[in-house]
Every structure is written in structure tokens, then in C-alpha cells.
Design a protein around this ligand. Sequence first.
Ligand SMILES: [Zn+2]
Length: 471
Amino acid sequence: MEYTIVVGLEVHSELNTKTKCFCGCKNEFGDKPNTNCCPVCTAMPGALPVLNRDAVEKAILMGLAVGCKINNYSVFERKNYFYPDLSKAYQISQLEYPLCVGGGLEIEVDGKKKFIHLNRIHLEEDAGKLIHDNSGTLVDYNRGGVPLIEIVSEPDMNSAEEAVAYLEKLRSTLLYVGVSDCKMQEGSIRFDVNISVNKPGEPLGTRTELKNLNSFRAVQRAINYESNRQIEVLESGGKVIQETRRWDDEKGKTYTMRTKEDSQDYRYFPDPDLIPLNVSDEYIESIRTRLPKLAPERVAEYIKLGLTEQDANLLTAEKKYSDFFEKVLSYFNEPKFVCNWITAEVFKKLNAFEIDDREILVDAKSLAEMLEMYKNGEINQAGARKIFDIIWEKGGEPKKLVEELGLAQMNDEGALKEIIAKIVADNPKAVAELKAGNQKTMAFFVGQAMKATQGKANPKMVSSIVMELIK
Ligand SMILES: [Zn+2]
């Protein structure tokens, strides 16, 4: 019998504030270990935390972007546990009274739309980082105290594909709002996956939790592995145990880490050093005015420009793609033409890289200049691609490049006629095929014409001249 897979996700996203959540230390990735630390973030006796206003505002901005209710009253609590990367032996977090509740995101998988509800978004601090090497384990407290938001979804997803679609949408939204750099390789966004299986009509199964995954691919593989593992346990008459499991990305398996703890095990209590956080409705509304234009609004605009919904979705999948598209349009206002080039040629280049490293390396103005020449027939597709490769690799002015490389398209009808007349005369068999209605033979003539002109012939002109000559 078929099982239903039930997935909920907790996403930890570091906020890109200048300083840490409760002290003035720099919030910076990659600095020399243990240089961005102070008595507050290492919990020296007598040191007192002071809340970072920017962290609060960025958490609220994200909450507003995904339709959360922002609570006027929220409380910071201590989550107590010992681990070497946590110098205070507690983490400042929110439990009972989080900053944001509700909201959600719409995802689309195989053409089916679905709304994923959020339970909450709360503000907390990150822990330090353990570095394991041959000499043993080292600890870097630079990350300790960096502000994080934890975005907790309801268990609304029923497949690995839905989970990944949700994470892509969430990452994209964080980047639109501009509150996190979302670099997975640097751990600034990390995922915990809750997963259970049950038969339709039966109550939810016992769930396991997979901690600290750091790529979409890991999430996808881990969900597929873990749901199959749970189904096998149940099918062989066993019981799924509530526990936290570790995902081993190399082996592609999950392992028991610890049997699942409940929140009472952490002895949460309100942090006596921090007063409750009160944010007024006026304050929340003033933050709302800073919300940038998000993807859905841009999609609606692009459809009005004549793009399909699918193209609009592709272009707005990331803020930087959408910004780039708009910038190219500001120089060359041909939405469909520009969109086609970006979604085909630009994306092809980007997809060769990991998601964190996908940077558009071409200048919007140069691309616009090249596309205009292509649209006007001054260069053909092969020439356009050649120029594009060059301006992507090392920049340059398309007009000059076309001259230097002799890529100007041959639009001289008289000269083309001469060349094509010879090709027609030399290939009676192909002419007969074309006359018999075999349209594919036209590709042969265009190919021959390109060969004779070093790729510069205007292919449309070639076709019409061939048709004219064989009449
Ligand atoms: Zn500090």
C-alpha cells in the first residue's frame, strides 16, 4: 500500500547585519578565527547583551514579505545546553512568544500550485563553529552571536520535490528582501528536515529530524533515503523511533544521532538580561514601507510586457536575474527578445556553476548593444553567440568587436545571389528534393551558403533567394 510522506522544514538563515545580535562585534564570514569576539558574545561574567535594532528590523521585513503577523510583544529566552561551540552554554532564542507567526509561500511542482504555511519566524543567535582537523578539534567563536532567523514551516510538503521547491522560493525571497546572502557554502543558510510517513487515512507517523543540511541536493536525497528507510521499518513490522538523525552526504545514508529531545529538555526560560521586545504597529508599518518589489509583483509586470507566465517566473526566480533583465531593457526595450536571450544563453552559462556561484558576468549595456545588432540583422545568430562569449569572458564593445572580427552579416542581396546560384547549380539532387517539398533540404543550402561566406550570410535572405532561384 502507498505511503504518504510528510515533511516540515526549519530553515536557519543568518542576517546580514553589520554587527552581531547582542554586541558590537563584526558580523563577517571568513575573518581570522576568534577575532570578532568580546566579553558579551563569549559570556564573560558581568557582560550584558544589548539587542541589535537592525536584526529586529530585518526579521520583521522577512516576516512581512511572507505574510506573517508580527507580534507586538515577543520574548527572548535562554535555550540551555552544553556544546563546545556554545561558549555561554545557552543560546538566546525565542520559544513561547516569537516575533512573527503565520504566513506562507506558494510553490509550484509539475504545474501544480500549493501553499506552504509557516508556523513562525523567530530571532535567535548563531553558535560558533567547530573545525575538525588532524590535530583534533578547534573552535572559532566568530560566528557565535551572529543573528539568525529560524523559519519554521508547517508539515505541508509531501515529497522531496515539494521541499526543494519551497526552499528555492524561500531562498529567493530572502534575497529579494535583502536580509541574508544565503550562501550555502558558507553556512549562512541551513536546513533541518522533519519527516514521517503514514498510510492515507491514518494518523501522522512518528517523525525523525535530520539536522544541519546545507544544500538543496542534500535535502532531496536525505528525504528520499529517510522516507524509504521509515517505510522499510514499518513494512517489516517495526516502529519508527522519534530521534534526531545525521545525514552522511558521502554515503547517502542517515544515522542515529540522539533520541529526540523535547523543548522542556532545554530548560527554556526568559533571559533575565533582556527585556521583552515591544514593537508598535506604527513601527511595523514604517518597516513595511521599506519592502522592495517582490517576485509576484514583477511577474505581473512582465506578463503585461507580453511575456508568458513561465518566462516571467524564470526571470524572477532570483532577484539578480530580474534586475539584470530590467537593466538590459533600459537600454534596449524589446522584452520578449531580451527574455529569450537571457533564459537561453545567459542561464546556460550560469547553470554550469553551483547555485552560490552563479554571477552574471556580462555588462547589461554591452548585451543590449549586441542584441540590438542581432535584432536588426547586422549580425546573425552565430555572430551573436560569438560576441556574447567574448563580452561574457572579458567585456568589450560589441560594435567594435563585430568590425574587428568581421562578423557583420552579409545582407548584400546581389552578392548572395551570385554565391547561391553557384550552390544551386552544383547540387541538382538537393534542388529536386526541395522542389518535391522536402523542407529539410533548405538547411543544406543555408549551411552551404554559410560555409561560402564564413558564417556571415543572412540565413533568412538565403532561404528566400534559394526559393526564388529554384522556381
Ligand atoms: Zn561580541
